[in-house]
Design a protein. Structure first.
Length: 154
């Protein structure tokens, strides 16, 4: 999906307001998931589970803004397996960019919240089984190698 300028397509205030609300609600799923998983593990691992979810917010955000968004929502590259790196580091996307009828930065943030909660969901599969340092490596690698290509396919 290539963003266009406001002059080419208008921003719908209703769509934008709804997407802002939806973005906030999806982002709230991550702390809720952290508390849920924290209640399911042994006492000695509660802090580890909480931190796995909360650090996912920071790690996925950095990876998403640097390359994830471009790989997931850029034009086809490598035979359609991933998007191109045209928007790496959010290059070419500014406050006046529009995707559909909403600002591209809002669309990017909305998609980012799903990438965050998806990464945090994985922590439940490895509860009580891994160290925090391994999680810090897994999340960015998984986001780029698994989440971004699958999001591009969808």
């Amino acid at each position: 999906m290539t963003p266009v300028t406001v002059a080419a397509a208008g921003i719908d205030t209703g769509d934008t307001a709804w997407l802002l609300a939806a973005t906030a609600l999806v982002l709230l799923m991550t702390p809720g998931l952290a508390l849920f998983y924290g209640g399911m593990v042994r006492t000695k691992n509660v802090l580890n589970m909480l931190m796995m979810s909360f650090v996912s917010i920071a790690l996925v955000t950095v990876v998403w803004l640097l390359a994830g968004y471009s790989l997931a929502f850029g034009d086809d590259a490598f035979g359609g397996l991933v998007g191109n790196l045209r928007h790496v580091g959010m290059a070419g996307i500014g406050p006046d960019s529009v995707t559909g009828s909403v600002p591209t930065l809002l669309f990017t943030t909305f998609q980012l919240t799903f990438a965050i909660v998806t990464a945090a969901l994985i922590s439940g599969a490895i509860a009580d089984r891994t160290k925090f340092a391994a999680w810090l490596v897994l999340v960015p690698v998984w986001t780029l190698l698994v989440y971004a290509p699958v999001a591009h396919w969808v």
